[in-house]
Write a new protein. Structure first.
Length: 41
């Protein structure tokens, strides 16, 4: 089995983007007014 999608709900999207980038190396590939899609390269 392979995990493909995860939904995380946060209060502060700016802090969350920075946190997940720093922790997992996630880069935002789509930012649609609070709905973010990120990927690990």
């Amino acid at each position: 089995m392979k995990l493909k999608n995860v939904l995380i709900v946060v209060k502060d999207i700016k802090k969350a983007k920075q946190f997940y980038h720093d922790l997992f190396g996630l880069d935002v590939i789509l930012d649609n007014d609070g709905n973010i899609k990120a990927i690990i390269y």
